[in-house]
Design a protein around this ligand. Structure first.
Ligand code: GRF
Length: 209
């Protein structure tokens, strides 16, 4: 049973999907042992506490430099003996010290089909604003390993979602969450915990059952 630590910053709907997947046995080879929030207002903390999951706040605003923040996060990951770190709506960038130490052990959910609409400045609602500005007909979500460069780690899973002509950034975000994020993130977590993801030439592949 692997130790899963989830990093959050906001509403925690992806965390909720992980909690639900753990409760319905979609995730059976890993256990969420801690939720770490980068601010104490994150509703994700309430979701964790309501499910008896340990929570820690590492307030990004209280650290003068990102290196100190990274060190504080890493201290928690080490203490919780994290085998897998899941960024679920986590709004801070983790530095090289963390991504090197936890190489191929940190995964992130991005609300677009990477490499589209990814990289610096592409987070949360901005991603969907850009997708609508470009007039794409298909968007979606991506689960990928986290490396030093934002949204550039090996892709594990993706799922496409149709863009509707009436979409606003908000309606598109909601559809991408419901139809893609909340489905592929738990699946990718279970694949990792059951040892079915392997890396070749810096690309991630899934071992068939
Ligand atoms: C979601 O769009 C997610 O893809 C992005 O952050 C947003 C909020 O996620 N990473 P959550 O509701 O806090 O899980």
């Amino acid at each position: 049973m692997l130790n899963i630590v989830v990093l959050v910053s906001g509403g925690g709907t992806n965390l909720q999907a992980l909690i639900d997947a753990q409760n319905n046995n979609t995730i059976k080879n890993g256990k969420i042992v801690c939720v770490i929030a980068s601010n104490d207002k994150a509703y994700a903390l309430t979701r964790a506490r309501e499910n008896g999951i340990d929570t820690v706040v590492v307030p990004r605003k209280e650290f003068d430099c990102s290196q100190d923040f990274d060190a504080a996060i890493m201290k928690q990951l080490d203490e919780k003996k994290a085998d897998l770190v899941v960024l679920a709506g986590f709004m801070s960038i983790l530095g090289k010290a963390v991504t090197d130490k936890y190489s191929y052990k940190i995964i992130n959910i991005h609300p677009a089909l990477i490499p589209s609409f990814s990289g610096p400045g592409c987070y949360g609602l901005h991603v969907h604003e850009k997708a609508l500005e470009c007039g794409v007909k298909i968007t979606g979500a991506t689960v990928h390993f986290v490396s030093e460069k934002a949204d550039a780690g090996a892709i594990i899973m993706q799922k496409a979602v149709e863009v509707c002509s009436t979409d606003t950034p908000q309606t598109l975000q909601t559809r991408v969450m419901k139809q893609a994020e909340w489905e592929i993130l738990p699946k990718a977590v279970e694949l990792f915990c059951s040892g079915r993801i392997f890396i070749k030439n810096d690309k991630a592949y899934i071992l068939e059952e």
